[in-house]
Design a protein around this ligand. Structure first.
Ligand SMILES: NC(=O)c1ccc[n+]([C@@H]2O[C@H](COP(=O)([O-])OP(=O)(O)OC[C@H]3O[C@@H](n4cnc5c(N)ncnc54)[C@H](O)[C@@H]3O)[C@@H](O)[C@H]2O)c1
Length: 269
């Protein structure tokens, strides 16, 4: 596959979309932006909902690849998740299939496997083929997205890398995040690898930096050519002094999904 040049970035107005708008052009991509909200400072961005099939047809026309970030990124009612994350992702894949877009990078989440007990002591890192155990309707919608991507590979030959993202923020802000943090620069490295690796079919990988306190196996991401450069460890002493060590007896700390398993943050809209 020739290296993609024009890439549709859905969810461009969001936190991760904003970070990637800043970082991905340096890899040579021309980004076409899509979000249901206006993208600040980007008058050419397409402002439309994933429910709008005409807008999606326009969005995918002529692009070489898609990075699909749009959707509800916290817990919400099943009806809302169904519309934005499940039907919305289906609508996008259908538009991509009709337009012949060969490669998508799908923003999956650690919350697809959020009820997986987190490794402790000498436990092995969590492999990518661990049984899925979503911790929310949100996590369930990411399981759907991964399965949809598999179906569109098997049925239509459309390639996807599903990235089970940990937490992509400028800095880790909690002790849990020391294990799941993905620095923005590593996020861009991973998306670039996912866009350019050969013969990915449908590949699921975890997305994080090379954290000293890592919980999951990054070998799948590394096999795509991802070479993470960051580690949350320099932030550890300060965060642990402020918040204390994770207590595995605390249900919020017992699983990969952390507090999403007990009191997930709610989508405000
Ligand atoms: N940021 C992270 O650390 C993280 C971790 C795991 C997974 N993810 C996934 O990555 C993606 C981006 O995350 P984020 O943190 O930037 O979330 P975010 O909530 O900041 O951004 C999501 C964007 O999607 C848009 N959107 C929501 N519903 C839409 C719809 N129906 N049609 C069109 N646009 C819609 C919103 O307007 C918003 O700008 C999400 O899919 C999220 O689930 C992010």
């Amino acid at each position: 596959m020739p290296a993609p040049r024009t890439v549709l970035l859905t969810g461009a107005a969001g936190g991760l979309g904003t970070l990637m708008r800043g970082l991905l052009p340096a890899y040579g991509y021309e980004l076409r932006l899509f979000d249901s909200r206006p993208v600040e400072g980007e008058p050419d961005a397409l402002t439309a909902d994933l429910a709008d099939k005409d807008a999606l047809r326009e969005a995918v026309d002529g692009v070489d690849a898609i990075i699909h970030l749009a959707g509800i990124s916290l817990e919400a009612s099943f009806d809302k998740i169904l519309k934005a994350n499940i039907e919305g992702t289906y609508n996008l894949y259908e538009a991509a299939r009709a337009a012949g877009v060969p490669r998508t990078v799908f923003a999956s989440s650690n919350h697809a496997v959020g009820f997986t007990p987190r490794p402790q002591g000498d436990d092995p890192l969590i492999p990518v083929d661990t049984p899925r155990r979503p911790d929310t309707y949100y996590g369930l919608s990411k399981c759907f997205g991964e399965d949809l991507a598999q179906l569109y590979w098997d049925l239509h030959g459309m390639e996807t890398v599903s990235v089970r993202i940990g937490s992509c923020f400028a800095e880790p802000t909690s002790v849990r995040m020391l294990s799941v943090w993905m620095s923005p620069a590593d996020g861009a490295r991973l998306f670039h690898a996912a866009l350019t690796a050969e013969d990915v079919g449908h590949t699921v990988v975890y997305g994080s930096s090379a954290n000293t306190r890592l919980w999951w196996d990054l070998s799948g991401a590394r096999a795509l050519g991802y070479d993470p450069q960051d580690d949350s460890e320099p932030y550890a002493a300060k965060l642990i002094a402020e918040q204390g060590e994770l207590d595995p007896a605390n249900p919020d700390h017992a699983h990969l999904g952390g507090h999403f398993t007990t009191h997930p943050p709610q989508w405000p809209h």
